[in-house]
Design a protein around this ligand. Sequence first.
Ligand SMILES: *[C@@H]1O[C@H](CO)[C@@H](O)[C@H](O)[C@H]1NC(C)=O
Ligand SMILES: *[C@@H]1O[C@H](CO)[C@@H](O)[C@H](O)[C@H]1NC(C)=O
Ligand SMILES: *[C@@H]1O[C@H](CO)[C@@H](O)[C@H](O)[C@H]1NC(C)=O
Length: 615
Amino acid sequence: MRSYWFNKLTLVFGSRLPLNWLLLCLVSVFVLIKLLGSSSSIAFDLGISGSLRDQYSNYRRLKEHEASDYLQFKSLSFNANRLADIGLCGKNREFYVPCYNVSANLLAGYKDGEEFDRHCEASQDQQHCLVRPPKDYKIPLSWPTGRDIIWSGNVKLSKEQFLSSGSMTKRLMLLEENQISFHSDDELLVDGVKDYSRLIAELIGLGSDSEFSQAGLHNVLDIGCGFGSFGAHLLSLNVMAVCTAAYELTGSQVQVALERGLPAVIGNFISKQLPFPSLSYDMVHCAQCGIIWDDKGGLFLIEVDRVLKPGGYVVLTSPSSAQQLSSSNGKKASPSKPIEEFSLKLCWNLLAQHEETSIWQKTTDANCYTSRKGVIRPCEGEDVQSYYRPLVDCISGTTSKRWAPVNNRSSDNLIFFEVHGVHSDDFYEDMDFWRSAVNNYWSLLSPLIFSDHPKRPGDEDPLPPHNMLRNVMDMNAHYGGFSAALQESGKSVWVMNVVPTNARNTLPLIIERGFAGVMHDWCEPFPTYTRTYDMLHGDGILSELSLLRCNIEDLLFEMDRILRPEGWVILSDKVGLIEQTRMLASQIRWEARVIDPENGSDQRLLICQKPFVRK
Ligand SMILES: *[C@@H]1O[C@H](CO)[C@@H](O)[C@H](O)[C@H]1NC(C)=O
Ligand SMILES: *[C@@H]1O[C@H](CO)[C@@H](O)[C@H](O)[C@H]1NC(C)=O
Ligand SMILES: *[C@@H]1O[C@H](CO)[C@@H](O)[C@H](O)[C@H]1NC(C)=O
């Protein structure tokens, strides 16, 4: 299943070869030299001059080479030892999400609800194994069909969740035995997502929801997004909606949303901040999201305020909160009263209330927090980068340069660059680089790049395009240039832009560009479910990581966990790190190939594909 190219390397460098293999080794070296000599045929220019036509002809040559080399080597490599045999995890890990093991967290002493929080240190020291797909896993349908129909075997739903028609945002329907369908917009009745969205638009004073984006609404955080239907509708209106919800064992909102190709990330409202910077979102939305907002003295509402831009909207829809509150706290108070009182302390204006929906607007006036009585005070000191820090009881971001109202956003690029501390030349150079890189990357994503590409069990060769991608992660997003270039070229993907915690914090800029993004420490597992991304892209992430306490092996196992079968990995880095990673990639059974951009630098590309392995 592995690239034959790697087999050759194992033959050459393997340490415990019997003597009578020496001859074969010599032959290997010879062929390796021949191969390296001919490497110009697989190299191409990653720079601006690389044209699509050239790449295709390079492909053909590559394939021809491989065919002949493969014949010569088939007999030699059949028995090559793996460096170590890495096994598949057991059935209990088919849907494994690290850091959320409640029994381990309890053992580690977390209590009072904090056992449901993210605690990565509590579930460490597990042996490495490869998470296998469930028995009836199927490759997701391509976008946009996959948004409305998913394979039921790919997600973990309980029987009740399966059969219930749920709330407005949580409605699903069993189509056939193995498919789940989500009502598309047109089928929805009076209480449908479309009408709901229109209602929100009216309540904030717009003629229709198609005006959201003109009104400055670019980024929405949808807390407890049901199965993502509201977000899917917003995406169709050019508004980026990111779903965040607590980790759930079954019926996970984040898992289902991602399976549908919608942006989502696990995020808990328990004791820690969300991994987003302050002043990120134009709207925070919660429809029956199950959070008891007046719990913990309003700390959750302060957290909502933190991630909200000045002039941004808070939309809460909660028909059952009355019962919820009285049953959980024994209070008789009317449902929204505590929130109404607290919203005054936050300098939120109640804009409108309609039946179960209430909308507040965050103040645009940073002085509000010092001029009024009884208002919560601004936090002292600099606005720090938030990465699962404890919740705070003060207002964040009031002294930030980024304090600018959503409905009066400057269209002046110079102000944008100044606010985000970026030099415009750097920014445009980055953009140009990614434009041409994306052009080149895309054509690489074909099984042709590997000589002995495995077919799906029982399948014919997939029809073109071989590169059906929707959920893409940029593991080291910088300015979000990769994301922008993909969008510009009209690819039907969205990108989760990850800014490593040790890198420069460009996340506010990325989110301001209207992209999805999150902060992450790559020494820890990523807060997502198994098999949720179609492609992982990491430019320089290996270099970043090699400076830290964690190792590349852990990272590759984590990448394997979150990558769907037949998903792609593209890493670019220094040649030494790439070679080292290629070895590891082959050990975890990825197809792997190193590409030399051949511009005289020591940079290399590593292109990998995760196979569809069942046992
Ligand atoms: C969760 O933690 C418990 C206690 O440490 C452990 O026995 C169990 O195997 C863990 N579960 C998973 C799925 O790793
Ligand atoms: C909008 O912003 C500009 C400068 O960026 C400012 O002069 C103007 O007063 C603002 N308008 C409102 C209504 O806040
Ligand atoms: C070669 O390409 C790499 C990206 O793969 C880039 O980082 C580097 O600056 C380029 N070197 C030259 C000399 O153009």
